[in-house]
Design a protein around this ligand. Structure first.
Ligand code: SAM
Length: 267
């Protein structure tokens, strides 16, 4: 049986009794960084066999792990922090277990994007997770800003100000939140418009780990090129081309025939 065990994202006390008992009883623990996981195990006085399992050996190690699982071994998988498989190794292994009908389960616990969503106070009835925020160009960011619910992404301290400025250039009034160092001593969650927060972090360069949240809204449509708007309406909102043409014509105040022509030109 494979156990995907969520571990703390900072505060080592954020681990469930069930997670600890799984770690205690399993035959081995797969982990991203043995030094990092050793710190957690030491705190709870657990002595276990640790097997490195990270993005560089994930694929190669899979067959051996499946062999162990087939032979009835109990194996736990943890990442450096938070929930395995969420921007962390594990998904390939889960897919292999599904394919082979091998038993697995997930032991719930901390997950930085959910923690950040709760702290932000933004709409939590509708949200999307975009992984690490796009690094270049505004097109991907513009798509994210068109999502009507909350968008959640990871960001590095070095890139935070640039990303906030880029968001501000697309929508000056858009509310964002920066959730930093959650569950740790210097935890903060700062809210404001993108340019307010860019000004703040330019003066006080951020340190540590960051989740950036963008409240739902709309980028003024007239600024968006027609072909991009059509693509967005189809991809993000699941409209058919016909429906997208109708809506785009309405949003841009253009005759449907003109939008139809343009749509078929770019096809
Ligand atoms: N699997 C993890 C989870 O469930 O939270 C996410 C792993 S991802 C590779 C690492 C990113 O998560 C960091 O770059 C940062 O954006 C975010 N993160 C992790 N811990 C955090 C914390 N304590 N505060 C803020 N962000 C955090």
């Amino acid at each position: 049986m494979l156990y995907l065990v969520a571990t703390p994202i900072g505060n080592l006390e954020d681990i469930s009794k069930r997670a600890l008992s799984v770690l205690e009883k399993c035959d081995a623990i797969l982990c991203e960084d043995t030094r990092r996981t050793s710190i957690l195990l030491q705190k709870y006085e657990l002595r276990k066999t640790l097997i490195p399992f990270h993005k560089f050996n994930e694929r190669g190690a899979e067959e051996r792990i499946l062999e162990e699982l087939r032979s009835g071994k109990e194996i736990a998988l943890v990442s450096d922090a938070g929930t395995p498989c969420i921007n962390d190794p594990g998904q390939g292994l889960v897919q292999a277990c599904v394919r082979e009908g091998l038993l697995f389960t997930a032991i719930p616990g901390p997950c930085s994007l959910i923690q950040a969503l709760v702290l932000s106070g933004f709409d939590s009835t509708k949200f999307q997770f975009v992984g690490f925020l796009p690094r270049k160009g505004l097109d991907e960011l513009r798509k994210i800003l068109c999502y009507p619910g909350t968008s959640i992404g990871f960001e590095s301290p070095e890139r935070l100000v640039d990303t906030l400025r880029a968001i501000g250039s697309l929508d000056a009034a858009r509310n964002v939140a920066v959730a930093r160092e959650m569950t740790k001593t210097f935890e903060e969650c700062r809210r404001g418009t993108a340019s307010e927060l860019a000004d703040h972090y330019e003066k006080t360069p951020p340190k540590g780990e960051i989740v950036l949240l963008v409240a739902g809204g709309k980028v003024p449509e007239e600024e968006m090129p027609l072909d991009e708007l059509l693509e967005l309406l189809q991809e993000l909102h699941g409209l058919s081309l016909k429906e997208a043409i109708k809506l785009a014509a309405k949003l841009k105040n253009l005759p449907k025939s003109a939008v139809y022509k343009q749509a078929h030109k770019s096809c």
